[in-house]
Ligand binder design. Structure first.
Ligand SMILES: O=C(O)CCC(=O)C(=O)O
Length: 281
């Protein structure tokens, strides 16, 4: 099997949903022309990021009748003939009206094959720096997500979910994912402090590939994103990254690298689950 060519689209997101969708389409097609097999968009890619925007931009995700963004993503994947992780969008659940931060995944024919609702909502308050309380308007998802591709299973979670090592470990050990993808949107306080460290930590913990895809920075927006979309190898090395600008980050992922690191530094098989079966108390 040839390596998986992964492309992270560090998209510049604005207030105009139609413009965000058409900008995303141009870059998705560009990534596919450059040979990408799996293309990723950032968290909240069709709407500005902020609790005040979620209700206005939310869409119902219904497999039988696609909404504006779902229909656009499905066509992009089909036209690109690539797997597509559609970042995330504010989702409105039809039956309850509840809002979620939700990522959708498409196969090369544009079929919607997976959906992840952010499990850990971004609720933080760093005095004089950043206060963001997603749970004021969003409900959390309650399940983990992975999906099959010809390159093996891929795990999916969203942004703040990266801070919780159990989620990636479950995906690596139970679902046997080779790659964990996090559409994200870190900020200018926690981005420089933790973004790369967390992505590398999840890769080192589990000896899998890890990717985090953020939006480009827009200093005229209310939320200043950190950007720095990054792909990390199973040995913890950064394979490819960028800074704040709109761009595409690529890497070729060969699963042989997972076998090599698990053989040379065999922590994957040295775990002592007999002494820490449950650390929840
Ligand atoms: O964990 C962080 O510091 C940032 C998280 C975030 O921006 C998000 O969950 O959208």
């Amino acid at each position: 099997m040839n390596p998986l060519k992964l492309a992270l689209i560090q998209l510049k997101v604005g207030a105009n949903k139609a413009a965000n969708l058409s900008n995303a389409k141009n870059l998705v097609l560009k990534a596919s022309q450059n040979g990408a097999n799996l293309i990723v968009l950032p968290e909240c890619f069709n709407s500005p990021y902020g609790t005040q925007f979620f209700d206005q931009y939310a869409e119902v995700i219904d497999n039988s009748k696609h909404s504006e963004t779902i229909s656009a993503l499905s066509s992009m994947a089909k036209e690109a003939k690539a797997y597509l992780i559609g970042g995330s969008i504010p989702e409105r659940e039809a039956s309850t009206g509840n809002l979620f931060n939700t990522s959708t995944v498409y196969d090369t024919r544009g079929n919607l094959i997976a959906k992840h609702r952010k499990i850990h909502l971004f609720d933080i308050d760093v005095p004089n720096k950043i206060r963001f309380i997603e749970s004021e308007v969003l409900s959390p998802g309650n399940s983990t997500t992975s999906f099959d591709t010809p390159w093996g299973k891929i795990g999916l979670a969203i942004c703040y979910d990266v801070r919780f090592p159990e989620l990636a470990m479950l995906a690596a050990r139970k679902d046997k994912v080779k790659l964990m993808v996090y559409p994200g949107a870190f900020n200018m306080t926690t981005g420089p402090l933790h973004w790369e460290a967390l992505l590398r930590a999840r890769a080192i913990d589990n000896q899998i590939f890890v990717a985090g895809c953020g939006p480009a920075q827009d200093l005229s927006a209310s939320y200043h994103a950190w950007g720095h979309s990054t792909i990390v190898g199973p040995d913890g090395k950064v394979l490819s990254s960028c800074e704040f600008e709109e761009t595409i980050v690529y890497a070729d992922l060969d699963s042989k690298a997972i076998d090599e690191i698990r053989t040379s530094i065999p922590v994957y098989s040295q775990r002592r689950f007999d002494i820490y079966p449950d650390v929840s108390s």
